[in-house]
Design a protein around this ligand. Structure first.
Ligand SMILES: CC(=O)N[C@H]1[C@@H](OP(=O)(O)OP(=O)(O)OC[C@H]2O[C@@H](n3ccc(=O)[nH]c3=O)[C@H](O)[C@@H]2O)O[C@H](CO)[C@@H](O)[C@@H]1O
Ligand SMILES: C=C(OP(=O)(O)O)C(=O)O
Length: 428
């Protein structure tokens, strides 16, 4: 096991390139199950969620190759509906997409309950409601979800909660159902459009992805195709926030600026100079930052996945800022760690109140989840002295080549093997 060490307090500059989107990748890969001939996905990020899904496709009989350039070829023709009760499915959240994809292709699946970041309760009742509306019988037996259908029939499904996962999962099952499915109150995240684009290139009939009503006319067969993934707007946002915190001129490359509007607006409100062109965003240096309140919302609102990194940035701002997470009320595990680094933050209900400016100090901290990890890396770069971050298995689920990318901006950051004593401490 390794830990990350960061010598903070130095300004960063240069260009940093964004990889393919994790939350697209983890849906595009299961979507290949639905085809009857090979699918190629270009530009996948080098993250553990992608490697775990590759293993899972191989477990059900797929022939899968993944190049160093992030190109994955999947031949799904020999796949079978093998039960995937736990083990690897627990390593990530998005293993729930195997339910929709396997139900769509085989009309049956057994998948263990998903893992992913611990952000408080993360129910999947809306996914199940959707599968049942399509005609599947769904039961939960000893921590695994059993799905079975004689046939899948299109249905009108109103989501009680706007859910990215449920919207994509229902889409995956519905593309091979008989007749029309309408998903109302659908989520509108760019990753949903990316998955719908892949499925359409495979021969699916989908209209309205990216709006809150998606119409799907089921087809009998889907074929292989080639697809290029969209850039990761959460990784891009992490780099923009990091640049606002410790940059003296950073160009974030390979971005779709339209996806970043809520983040750009908040940074500008704080006084950060932000300029955009077709596929890059430049973040300039502001010596003084103003505190701003932030509320996370479904897309196109401010993403919950950037709430934790943004909370770190607010430590540099003058005044008091209220950060409210309306999606995950308990997504505040990073706060205790930031406090160890000298932050003055109070948590009240769904909100964190950050009082700044404070000079963060290097400390030994632990990432409890993926974006807590990103928040602590930014804090380490801002802090005086050396910061040690453990819990890298979370960061490695979502950030491709993070150390190399930050070194490219001039950061002093490295991975180090943990000692026996440290490993013992981690267990206790
Ligand atoms: C792999 C992936 O894409 N993960 C993203 C996805 O997670 P995920 O798909 O799990 O998140 P959802 O959009 O489903 O969740 C949004 C909200 O709806 C609730 N809910 C969701 C489903 C359900 O059946 N019932 C229910 O009550 C959740 O508890 C949460 O409060 O979207 C989240 C919200 O943008 C992001 O933080 C995650 O990075
Ligand atoms: C919460 C996240 O991921 P997951 O849903 O995969 O746990 C995230 O990407 O911030």
């Amino acid at each position: 096991m390794e830990k990350l060490k960061i010598a903070g307090g130095y300004p960063l500059e240069g260009t940093i390139k964004v990889s393919g989107a994790k939350n697209s990748a983890v849906a595009l890969i299961p979507a290949t199950i639905l085809a009857d001939s090979p699918v190629t996905i270009e530009g996948l990020p080098d993250i553990s969620d992608v490697r775990t899904l590759k293993d899972l496709l191989e477990e059900i009989g797929g022939t899968v190759s993944l190049g160093d350039d992030g190109e994955m070829n999947v031949d799904p023709s020999s796949m079978v509906s093998m039960p995937l009760p736990s083990g690897k499915v627990k390593k990530l959240r998005a293993s729930y997409y195997l339910m929709g994809a396997m139900l769509g292709r085989f009309k049956k699946a057994v998948i263990g309950l998903p893992g992913g970041c611990h952000l408080g309760p993360r129910p999947i009742d809306q996914h199940i409601k959707g599968f049942e509306a399509l005609g599947a019988e769904v039961t939960n037996e000893q921590g695994a979800i059993y799905l079975r259908a004689e046939e899948l029939r299109g249905a009108r499904i109103y989501l009680d909660v706007v859910s990215v996962g449920a919207t994509i999962n229902i889409m995956l099952a519905a593309v091979r159902a008989k007749g029309r499915t309408v998903i109302e109150n659908a989520a509108k995240e760019p990753e949903i459009i990316d998955v719908a684009t892949l499925l359409s290139n495979m021969g699916a009939k989908i209209k309205g992805a990216g709006t809150d009503v998606i119409r799907i006319d089921g087809v009998d067969e889907l074929h292989g195709c080639r697809h290029t993934i969209i850039p990761d707007r959460i990784e891009a946002g992490t780099f923009m926030i990091l640049a606002a915190a410790v940059g003296k001129g950073v160009l974030v490359d390979n971005v779709i600026p339209l996806h970043m509007e809520s983040v750009i607006a908040k940074l500008r409100e704080m006084g950060v100079p932000v300029e955009t062109n077709d596929d890059q965003i430049f973040i300039g240096r502001a010596d003084k930052l103003k505190a701003v309140d932030v509320k996370t919302l479904v897309y196109p609102g401010f993403p919950t996945d950037l709430q934790q990194p943004f909370t770190t940035l607010l430590n540099r701002a003058e005044g008091s800022a209220v950060v409210t997470d309306t999606i995950y009320s308990a997504r505040f595990k990073h706060i205790d760690e930031l406090r160890r680094m000298n932050a003055t933050i109070k948590v009240e209900g769904r909100s964190a109140i950050v009082n700044g400016p404070v000079q963060l100090q290097g400390a030994k901290v632990k990432a409890s989840d993926l974006r807590a990890g990103a928040a602590l890396v930014i804090a380490g770069l801002m802090g005086e002295g050396v910061t040690e971050v453990t819990g890298l298995e979370h960061i490695d689920r979502g950030y491709s080549d993070l150390v190399e990318k930050l070194e490219g901006l001039g950061a002093t950051i490295w991975r180090e093997k943990m000692t026996e004593e440290e490993l013992e401490q981690l267990k206790s």
